[in-house]
Design a protein around this ligand. Structure first.
Ligand code: SAH
Ligand code: SF4
Ligand code: F3S
Length: 468
């Protein structure tokens, strides 16, 4: 479940991508990918592994002795660039060790820091071989060849979409899979780097998405999360040239045989149209969970953030969704300490949280991002004040999360078990409301949707017994 603690914020996602074996005739090479950032970065890392698979690259869990290391980076909040440099410093030792043995480790920086700071990285870290942005990784095979003779920087926004060039197979995801349907953002919230790092908004076409959903199911997926930086701005074309919104697309994805669960992330309040809201009532596969970032409860701050909605508009949307799907679990993102945020503005955020009642939420201290309008605004808030506000907000959110979890005790919920626990005999999964659920069961539960009678509620998870 989404946390409001910064430790669990999306920027800190880290995972190495698992992958099927490469073709037998290709020489086996070790690929290590480390991923930070949002779910779209996780998706991109999987796709990089897919693109590199025909060249013989197979994913491994550690960087030692890897033939290629890719850092897929995030630029959303402070210290992003420093984090990349300290990771590069550590990896350099592995690269040197590999070179001492007479072989080569290709070192690459990808993702949003690469997009924003490509040339700077090349300058400051001469041992980096490749830098590429989120829109060019489909060119990895050519880049790898080029990088044998020279250092490569590839941070253009190409005219062609990477999606037209990526392999049809999508082999590296498991029971729960991500599917990017939309990229980039044209909203230009004044705090945010995404429009600069990901570029202009772009929607994939319907056929391409449905084909990818089928490929994911063939590879074992039961749950698909449709992704976009601004996912409900989706406006893809069908085969007749008609434009579909996200609500219509969800109905179509639900028809794909084997798709048992659908989620989508991340939405913007301005793009919550009636069709999408109605999908929550009409499509049983669509999970009763909505992550709808609001950022602030103060209309003054929402205005200077250029969010293009008021707090009442947000309340109206939530009321509409709840009317059609009363049990929906709600989640959001909040920024505290945006320039000019008074105590009264912050209190309006607290009031909004009290009014809505969240099942979970992320909250962040405002971080001035270079090049964004927010960074140049007057009225920056003292770090101590920001930290103190964050603490108050998180205490309230934690309380709400605990009471949401408490409210599910005694219920029987269907859980998709997609992870093995650290302890023997422990299996982990997600409830329809996106809660983390763990039970003690044998391995057979893994990969299945099974009913669980909830017995106990914890701050960040629930637990119970199989109810079969
Ligand atoms: N596309 C998503 C946002 C992606 S970034 C959306 O529109 O909701 C995820 C979250 O990071 C944002 O919702 C915001 O709460 C937070 N965030 C973005 N820029 C930030 C900044 N400069 N400082 C602090 N938090 C930020
Ligand atoms: Fe960033 Fe705003 Fe776009 Fe979300 S909607 S990605 S916060 S600019
Ligand atoms: Fe980070 Fe880029 Fe995603 S900045 S949040 S990885 S779009």
């Amino acid at each position: 479940m989404a946390q409001n603690a910064q430790e669990n914020a999306p920027e800190q996602t880290e995972n190495a991508v698992a992958q099927d074996a490469a073709p037998k005739n290709a020489e086996q090479k070790k690929l290590y990918i480390k991923t930070w950032g949002c779910q779209m970065n996780v998706y991109d890392s999987h796709r990089m592994a897919d693109v590199l698979s025909p060249l013989g690259y197979k994913s491994v869990d550690t960087p030692e002795d890897a033939d290629m290391v890719i850092l897929n980076t995030c630029h959303i909040r402070e210290k992003a660039t420093e984090k990349v440099f300290s990771e590069l410093g550590r990896l350099r030792e592995h690269k040197n060790a590999k070179e001492d043995k007479g072989s080569k480790m290709v070192m690459a920086v990808a993702g949003c820091v690469a997009q924003a700071e490509g040339e700077f990285i090349m300058e400051r870290a001469p041992y980096v071989d490749m830098v590429f942005g989120p829109q060019t990784y489909h060119e990895l095979p050519q880049m790898v060849i080029k990088a044998t003779g020279e250092r490569v920087v590839n941070t253009e926004f190409p005219a062609e979409s990477k999606f037209d060039k990526l392999p049809g197979e999508n082999k590296t995801q498991g029971v729960t899979a991500f599917l990017s349907i939309q990229e980039g953002c044209d909203k230009f919230c004044t705090f945010c780097v995404v429009p600069y790092t990901r570029g202009a908004e772009y929607s994939r076409n319907v056929k391409e998405i449905i084909d990818e959903a089928k490929a994911l199911v063939d590879a074992g997926a039961q749950e698909i999360t449709l992704l976009g930086q601004n996912v409900n701005a989706f406006h893809g074309k069908d085969h007749n040239g008609n434009t579909w919104g996200l609500g219509r697309l969800i109905e179509e994805v639900a028809k794909v045989d084997g798709v048992h669960r659908i989620r989508y992330s991340t939405s913007h309040p301005r793009d919550m149209d009636d069709e999408l809201i109605e999908a929550h009532a009409n499509v049983p596969e669509l999970m009763p969970f909505l992550h709808l970032p609001v950022q602030s409860g103060s209309d003054n701050i929402l205005k200077t953030m250029n969010r293009k909605h008021t707090s009442d508009h947000y309340r109206d949307i939530i009321a509409k969704v709840r009317k059609l799907r009363p049990d929906i679990a709600l989640s959001s993102d909040f920024i505290v300490g945006f320039p000019g945020e008074s105590e009264e503005d912050f209190e309006a955020t607290m009031q909004l949280v009290r009014d809505i009642g969240y099942a979970s939420a992320y909250s962040f201290i405002y971080s001035a991002r270079p090049g964004t309008p927010g960074a140049a605004m007057q009225g920056h808030i003292h770090e101590k004040v920001k930290a103190e506000r964050l603490q108050r907000l998180q205490a309230l959110i934690n309380e709400q999360q605990q009471s949401f979890n408490d409210s599910t005790v005694g219920m029987t919920l269907n859980v998709l078990f997609d992870r093995k626990g650290k302890k023997d005999g422990q299996v982990l999964g997600r409830s329809p409301y996106n809660q983390s659920v763990y039970i003690h069961a044998d391995k057979e539960a893994f990969g299945k949707i099974l009913p669980v009678k909830v017995e106990k509620s914890l701050p960040n998870s629930i637990t119970g017994v199989l109810d079969v």
